[in-house]
Structures are given as C-alpha cells and as structure tokens.
Design a protein. Structure first.
Length: 444
C-alpha cells in the first residue's frame, strides 16, 4: 500500500493516499471483458540483465502508474530517460494518473484492448488482474536472471498468483510504530512493545491538544491496511473476522478512541494526514510506513523540531513477532500478441530491477527493495528503514489468503471498522455483521 500521494492522500494511501479507494477494483463485467479481450499470457525466452533490447526496430513502450508525489515522478522519469539513452530504439511514454483513477482507467482500456505495455499496480490488485488472463506470466523471463530465493519471503508472495509469477515489486513497505523521542523521554516512557503497553502509554501521553496515538481508518483500503497488523499479529483471519481473536484486535483501536487517547479524526485521516498530526506534535505516537521518513526528517523536524524514532508494531504478547501487511507497487506486463513489445517490456522491467537502478528507484520512493541483496545497500544509506525491513520475513501479502477476492472483503472490513470506531456497533456486532457479508463473497 504505499503511501498515497498526498493528493490522496490515501499513500495509503498515502502516497498518498488516501487510499482514495473508490471503486478501484475490477467489476465482474470488466473482468469478463478482460478474459475475452486478452489471449492467454505470452511466454518468452529469458533476457540478459544488460540486454540492449531484442533488436534494432523502433519500439514505443507505454507505461501507466499513479505516482503523483513529485519526488517519485522525478526519480522514475530520470531512470526512464537513462534507459532510453542506453536503448536508442526504445521510446517510453509514461502516463501518470491519480491513484483513484488508475483501476477505472485500466477497466476502460481493457474493454477497448488498449492497456499499456507496462502497468504499475498496487500489489493487492495483481491477483485480480492475473485472474482475468490480462497479465503475462513472467516465470520464463526470470530464468537465468532471478530466483525466488533472491526475494524476501513476504514480498515474494505478492508476485505470485496460483503458483505463477505475474509481477515484480517496484519496492515494498509495511507499517511500524513511530514515536516522538522528546515527548516519551519527558514522560519517562519507553516505546511500547505490547498492546497493553500501547493502550496505557497512549493514555498517559494524551494531554492538551496532543493525543497519545494516531492511526488511519478512513472508508477505504488504508483502514484495512492499518488494522491488519492488529488482526494478524493476534492470529486473526480475514475470512473469519467474527472470531474472538479478530474482535480482540479491533477492540484495541476502539478502546483508544473511547478513552480519548486516539482521535476520532482517524475516521477521515489518510496515512499522510496521520504523519502531519505526528509531525506537528499533535500525536506522540503513530502507526505509519517508511515513506513518511523523508518528510519527517526534513519538513517537520526543521519546522516543528520533531525528533522521532521507529520500533516494530506492538504485539498482543511480549516476545511475539508482528505480522504486518505489505504495501508497495509492482510492475506487470499486460498480455499481448506482439512478442517483440512483450520482450522489450520485460527488458525494461528487468533493467529497473538491477541493483543500481532499483536502489535509485526505492531510495527516491522511500521504499525498501524486495530483493534482499539490494535492500542491504539501501539500508546502509538509511538505517531507520531496518525496522521495516526486519518485519518483511513475517509480513504478509494482503492477497495471500483471499487472492482476487481480497478487495471486496477489505471493503466489508473497513466498513465494519468504521462502524465500531464511531460507536455505531460494538466490535463484536460490527464484525459479526461483516462476516455475514464475507462468507458469500468467499463462496462465490
């Protein structure tokens, strides 16, 4: 989930995001159009990592993404320009659309058979696209270039659908706990490691205009994304949200809202908004991703004197490992009958995944490479990212269990979460009602 651009600031969605998650997922009708409109995925021979393209024919590659944060656009455009200089026969046409518009636009282009040659997707969307036959399987292209062991275990699961590889991570991110060092030191409080400590510390740190804890729970994917560390770390299940473990996880957030140690503003805040609250001193701790580090270090530290650090997400019991959701985008190659264009598209993706380029890309995006060896280079440059990277081995792809059904289930969950946080229903009642909607989705 990346941050949502600060437009949307969903990134989560922050990037933006707000995960301004409006009907971002495929409709059944569009899925059928994709099935009818695309031939089965094309394969191809592997391409050397330093290939200068398959031949000298002039090829124009179209690419679509939703990266609207200036630094991200500058980073990607720089790399595309560099690639074109190395490959004079290749021209890259980039189409950057607002986060909320990418899936609807992809729907329309699927119907008219005009999907781009390379499509950057939020990683939970990959399975739903792959399920329609719209994406090219990339396993044959990986041979000789990459192996599954090159990737962190969590990110690797985001690349797969029904055992085949359909995407390559642009970079990944997840969630951890930020805390204001000055505020906690003054209160003689150590960063919490368990839920009970989090709840108690949040209450103790709440005073005046400052809340103890801030999180994101708007009516979109960002809410589910930020709830999942609590759900999964307590052995909760997306397919059984009415279980005692799932209810207990939601109750933690409900309790902090009720006791006033977390703001009801969470119901409207995207992840970037949460970072603003933290950076301006209105929250002593927050749940957020690594993409917020640059702004906190530069903008907020200079203007408000915010001095922060990051620790793993608190867990139900001491000693347990947090299980957090993986955010970030992935490169995909829509299926095409033009093998030359498919091979050229792979060559560009492959080039972007090499150490020098991937390092530039992810440092510019505030991400961590999914490829372990390159990640170590990035972590040397920014040690604060190590907390997020350390969570990768137990992190989980949002679609790992539910596949293409995840988006619909997520919408039910964030709706239930909002109901519980506003006091409309108890956590148990909200999730019991949610389960009644989730079961038919899973059985469909």
């Amino acid at each position: 989930m990346q941050q949502q651009p600060r437009l949307f600031v969903t990134r989560p969605e922050a990037n933006h995001r707000p995960f301004g998650h409006i009907s971002r997922f495929f409709s059944f009708g569009c899925a059928m159009l994709l099935i009818l409109g695309f031939a089965a995925a094309c394969g191809g021979s592997s391409t050397p990592a330093s290939s200068t393209s398959t031949n000298n024919a002039k090829i124009t590659l179209t690419e679509m993404d939703y990266w609207s944060v200036p630094a991200q656009g500058v980073t990607l455009n720089k790399l595309f320009t560099q690639y074109q200089k190395l490959h004079p026969n290749i021209t890259i046409q980039r189409d950057a659309v607002p986060f909320a518009n990418l899936i609807p636009k992809a729907d329309q282009e699927a119907a008219s058979h005009t999907l781009p040659n390379i499509l950057a997707l939020d990683n939970p969307d990959v399975a739903q696209f792959a399920a329609t036959g719209a994406l090219t399987p990339l396993d044959s292209y990986m041979q000789g270039n990459f192996s599954d062991s090159d990737f962190y275990a969590g990110p690797l699961t985001t690349m797969k659908y029904q055992g085949k590889t359909y995407s390559f991570p642009v970079g990944n991110n997840d969630l951890a706990l930020y805390y204001n060092k000055k505020v906690l030191t003054a209160a003689k409080i150590q960063p919490p490691t368990t839920w009970s400590e989090l709840v108690a510390d949040a209450k103790a740190l709440t005073h005046g205009n400052t809340y103890g804890f801030a999180f994101s729970a708007p009516a979109n994917e960002q809410a589910t994304f930020q709830f999942e560390p609590f759900l999964w770390s307590n052995n909760g299940d997306l397919s059984k949200v009415d279980s005692s473990a799932s209810v207990a996880a939601l109750q933690v957030l409900v309790d902090m809202i009720k006791q006033g140690s977390a703001s009801k503003g969470a119901l409207n805040w995207g992840q970037p908004d949460v970072a603003t609250q933290f950076g301006e001193g209105n929250a002593a701790m927050m749940e957020n991703g690594p993409w917020e580090i640059p702004a906190l270090e530069q903008q907020y530290h200079m203007k408000f004197g915010t001095d922060f650090d990051v620790v793993p997400m608190p867990v139900p019991q001491a000693g347990a490992a947090p299980v957090v959701p993986l955010g970030g985008e992935a490169w995909t190659i829509p299926a095409s009958s033009n093998t030359a264009v498919t091979k050229a598209s792979w060559d560009l993706v492959n080039w972007l995944e090499q150490p020098d380029q991937l390092r530039q890309l992810d440092e510019g995006f505030g991400y961590i490479p999914a490829i372990k060896s390159t990640a170590q280079l990035v972590l040397k440059d920014d040690p604060q990212l190590q907390v997020f990277a350390s969570e990768f081995d137990t992190a989980r792809a949002r679609t790992a269990q539910l596949g293409a059904k995840y988006p619909k289930v997520s919408e039910v969950i964030w709706t239930a979460e909002q109901s519980a946080l506003t006091g409309g229903h108890t956590a148990q009642a909200a999730l019991t009602q949610a389960q009644q909607q989730i079961t038919p989705i899973l059985n469909s």
